[in-house]
Design a protein around this ligand. Structure first.
Ligand SMILES: [Zn+2]
Length: 292
């Protein structure tokens, strides 16, 4: 089953809810960047959160997330868009820490406090928006929840979950965001909290093969929701051979000449997706001539 983001209302329109399955997306990110298990978990949780935060973007809007801590991973970057395309990278992909005291992947150890979480939104026709909070746990679910409360004034419950196989591949990944709308009653808030407390690990449910709608039912109860929309989610970078050729046009003439005469070509690696592009001596000469 491919990855899906589902948006719904629940409890008679008192609660907004987003559910995302992201096993293939996080596995593709791991494969491309060759992350080790603790880095995969931290990176995966960031990609899932970025997908959830991007759910309300429109058209050409984009959003980017940056996590900067003092742990071995260095920093985590992710970009989201409304069509479910997600991409990102981590500074140090080879992080494999001992499990923490709870026997879980030590995401907060990889991220490292103190640190910050920054969200930038580029909305078509609007001013760019930027919000930043200090990391409060480093496990990231709580940090994104804190960001939503402080920076966007939207009380939310956010769950981010990644399970890794012994061979380092991603077993299951996904998450949810639940938001109380202004007319939510005390009774509804208590009911949602009770449901979340009995949920267990979200990626275990994905690993069992539950569909996004079945996950939704687990979060808010059967026959208690109305699905608004759903779309596919995938790791996707918009780079291409042509894209980086256009970037090479901006390189100074003498640097292009050095690439041509000394290196006899150039290789560019995309930060976001780790794709490698090769430019031959002839292509570089054509690029240099096109500048004249
Ligand atoms: Zn790329």
């Amino acid at each position: 089953m491919s990855d899906t983001l589902m948006k719904a209302l629940a409890f008679d329109n008192q609660v907004r809810i987003y559910v995302v399955t992201a096993t293939d997306t996080v596995e593709e990110a791991r494969r491309r960047h060759e992350t080790w298990h603790t880095a995969t978990a931290a990176f995966g949780r960031t990609l899932i959160a970025t997908t959830l935060l991007s759910a309300n973007l429109k058209g050409e809007d984009t959003l980017s997330v940056e996590i900067k801590g003092t742990g071995p991973i260095g920093s985590i970057h992710a970009d989201g868009s409304p069509n479910g395309y997600i991409r990102g990278f981590v500074k140090n992909p080879h992080v494999a820490l001992e499990l923490n005291e709870a026997g879980k992947l030590d995401v907060s150890g990889a991220v490292g406090l103190p640190g910050s979480l920054t969200v930038r939104k580029f909305i078509q026709g609007g001013e760019p928006f930027s919000g930043q909070v200090a990391l409060i746990s480093g496990e990231l679910g709580e940090d994104f929840t804190y960001y939503m409360a402080v920076s966007e004034q939207t009380p939310s419950a956010i769950g981010l979950s990644v399970l890794i196989n012994p061979d380092e591949s991603v077993k299951a990944a996904g998450g949810f965001m639940i938001q109380m709308l202004p007319d939510a009653t005390e009774e509804t808030i208590v009911a949602v909290e009770k449901q979340l407390a009995s949920l267990g690990r979200f990626s275990d449910l994905i690993d069992l093969g539950l569909s996004p709608e079945e996950l939704l039912a687990k979060l808010v109860g059967e026959d208690n929701y109305k699905i608004l929309a759903q779309n596919g989610v995938q790791f996707h970078c918009h780079c291409s051979h042509d894209y980086y050729a256009a970037q090479l046009i901006r390189v100074q003439d003498e640097d292009l000449t050095a690439m041509i005469e000394e290196d006899h070509g150039a290789e560019i690696v995309c930060h976001y997706c780790n794709e490698k592009y090769h430019y031959s001596e002839e292509e570089l000469i054509a690029i240099r001539e096109s500048k004249a």
